[in-house]
Ligand binder design. Structure first.
Ligand code: ASP
Length: 582
């Protein structure tokens, strides 16, 4: 038997027990007479103690242990004189009487402790060492627990987990595909699924009724903190449902996760906010509702005072930041620089301070007298001590800038508490999105999303205003998932393909198998997919999904540990009948 206990297990009640432990040497502290070794495994750290006066040879053996050596020890549990209340095993230590070195280790390239000295790239290169750190390891225990609870909940609701192919035909999520050349069908390529969208719809045609899959998806997109080329979705589909049924089922799943994983109960239903309202009030379709600070629309109420920036603007809006009227010139300049950053793109920022003495001071004093400023303050519902920040310009850009500003101010004020959760559904998304560059409509969600019944006639006249039966789950400003009720009627699907600029022939070529399946009695159906990595990251309190993916890629899509992607040899290329251009 290698061990009797783990390194996270022993407590004061185990005093005087003879134990055998195994693990990695985290640290050796040689304090002259006494030597201490921190022994680590997945479960925690236990302190080993060696007294040179009692056993010189053994103590010297302990002093010679290197970081990350794998050892086995025999010893007796003793009460510590110097207790460490921060460690679960901090009341005890092991008086060791035998050490067996199970394996030696080279000096690791960074310290394997909660606060490591390793930079991102180094830690990715030696990810197996990074994963030895218990504060990273706990993310994977959380991930496992969440997957288990998702399976429990969905199974209790009669969902069946069914696997779908990875080698398939291009899918419609709108990103670039990863492609795989076929040896047996030379000159032809599979695409890796951007999602199992088409298969789950086919499973509905097949009568499965309630499907789910915790599944890897592949999208060749530029990467950000919340994006990886391969990521995991909780992919779900149901038949004989309307939007309301889907939202209720998955609100149930979200509540189950909050309860079982975070011990948080949401009694009230999640708020549901139409897309248009989310844009007006928060400037984004994924609002962070942990704090208020809504955007106030001002255009009609405050222009025509001779201030050109306002008079020429398509839109004027602002936010009221409580208790920030004390902001200095420098802080305000700094905020102006923030909104002028190219990725935010506002022209500038206007402020109105509601000073503690009841006076108003603004950067537009020239155009607005004290009374007029007071009227503006009333539109904001501002109180003495508040700071109003206004932006003007093209509507969507300005709303976007106000969204970023709202988040920035909330960060500064500590209003985005990681332990607080504000879930909501955003509903009534537009069906289509016009793209000026390519001069055509794109599906806002994907081409199988159904328009709202009452809006179907508008497809002929004003397709841009047609709303979809589409919805997103948003938590703390993160889009956790989205889905829609699907089109199950061939004629309507054809019409949508036409609006999206697919000829009948193109549509047949790309999605013919789905269209064919729909000829054989497709039930009404709809579904949703959640970004599992994002959800785990949110519960783990980290901003980067890399922290919850065991072997993630870096920013340029490389696995720097095993050096992929890499060149393949000539024989492989020949077998695939592929000749590289360069
Ligand atoms: N397949 C969609 C996606 O990955 C989700 C859905 O409509 O169910 O975004």
């Amino acid at each position: 038997m290698y061990r009797t206990h783990t390194n996270g297990e022993l407590r004061i009640c185990d005093k005087d027990k003879n134990v055998t432990l195994c693990g990695w040497v985290q640290k050796v502290r040689n304090l002259g007479g006494m030597t201490f070794v921190d022994l680590r495994d997945r479960y925690g750290i236990t302190q080993l103690v060696f007294d040179i006066d009692k056993n010189k040879e053994l103590t010297q053996q302990a002093q010679a242990l290197g970081r990350e050596y794998v050892i086995q020890i025999d010893g007796k549990v003793a009460e510590r004189s110097n207790k460490n209340s921060k460690m679960p095993t901090g009341d005890i230590e092991i008086i060791v009487d035998k050490i067996v070195v199970l394996n030696i280790s080279e000096l690791p390239p960074f310290t394997i402790e909660d606060d490591t000295d390793g930079g991102d790239e180094l830690r990715l290169k030696y990810r197996y060492l990074d994963l030895r750190r218990n504060n990273i390891k706990k993310n994977f225990e959380l991930r496992h627990q969440m997957a288990l609870e998702i399976r429990n909940y969905l199974s209790s609701q009669k969902f069946v987990e069914i696997e779908t192919p990875f080698l398939m035909k291009s899918t419609p999520e709108g990103a670039r595909d990863f492609v795989v050349p076929s040896r047996m069908n030379q000159g032809q390529f599979y695409a890796l699924p951007q999602s199992p969208q088409i298969f789950k719809q086919l499973l509905m045609v097949a009568g499965f009724d309630k499907y789910f899959q915790i599944v890897r998806c592949f999208r060749d997109e530029d990467l950000r903190a919340d994006r990886q080329p391969e990521f995991t979705q909780i992919d779900c589909e149901m038949a004989f449902v309307e939007q309301e049924d889907v939202l209720n089922t998955f609100e149930g799943m979200a509540k189950h996760l909050f309860k079982t994983i975070k011990n948080i109960e949401f009694d009230a239903p999640f708020p549901r906010i139409p897309f248009s309202e989310a844009m007006e009030l928060y400037g984004t379709d994924k609002p962070d509702l942990r704090f208020d600070m809504k955007i106030v629309k001002l255009k009609e109420k405050i222009s025509n005072k001779g201030f050109k920036v306002f008079d020429d603007a398509q839109y004027i809006g602002g936010i009221c930041v409580e208790k920030c009227a004390y902001y200095s010139r420098k802080e305000l300049d700094n905020l102006t620089d923030f909104v002028k950053k190219p990725q935010i793109g506002a022209q500038g920022l206007i402020y109105i301070k509601y000073n503690e003495d009841g006076t108003l001071k603004s950067s537009i004093d020239k155009f607005y007298n004290e009374n007029e400023l007071k009227e503006i303050a009333q539109l904001f519902g501002a109180n003495v001590g508040d700071l109003m920040l206004l932006a003007a310009g093209e509507k969507n850009n300005t709303l976007n800038a106000l969204n970023e500003l709202r988040l920035e101010m909330a960060n500064r004020l500590g209003l985005r508490d990681k332990n607080k959760y504000a879930p909501l559904w955003v509903v009534d998304f537009p069906l289509l999105e016009w793209d000026n560059e390519t001069d055509r409509f794109y599906a806002k969600h994907h081409p199988f999303t159904s328009p709202k019944n009452e809006d179907i006639p508008l497809l002929e006249t004003t397709p841009e205003v047609v709303k979809a039966n589409a919805y997103d789950l948003v938590i703390n400003g993160v889009e956790i998932g989205g889905g829609s009720i699907r089109i199950h009627n061939q004629e309507l699907q054809k019409k949508i393909f036409n609006i999206l600029g697919f000829s009948d022939e193109d549509a047949q070529k790309q999605f013919g198998f789905l269209m064919n399946a729909f000829k054989y009695g497709a039930p009404p159906h709809g579904g949703v997919a959640f970004g599992f990595d994002r959800w785990v990251a949110l519960f783990a309190g980290t901003d980067s999904i890399r922290d919850v993916i065991a072997f993630p890629k870096n920013n340029t899509g490389r696995d720097i540990m095993n050096d992929a992607p890499s060149i393949i040899n000539k024989t492989q290329l020949n077998e695939l009948n592929i000749c590289l251009a360069k």
